[in-house]
Design a protein around this ligand. Structure first.
Ligand SMILES: [Zn+2]
Length: 41
């Protein structure tokens, strides 16, 4: 599970792969930045 943070609204999205859009504000994936995963594996 990877964690992505929306640079537009700050929402945290958890997904196995990069979401197409921010679920919170609808920003395109260009705005989603991969964050450090909470745990490895
Ligand atoms: Zn957003």
């Amino acid at each position: 599970m990877a964690v992505f943070k929306c640079a537009a609204c700050g929402a945290i999205l958890e997904a196995r792969c990069k979401p197409a859009k921010c679920k919170s504000c609808g920003a395109e994936k260009d705005k989603l930045v991969k964050e450090a995963a909470p745990k490895k594996g």
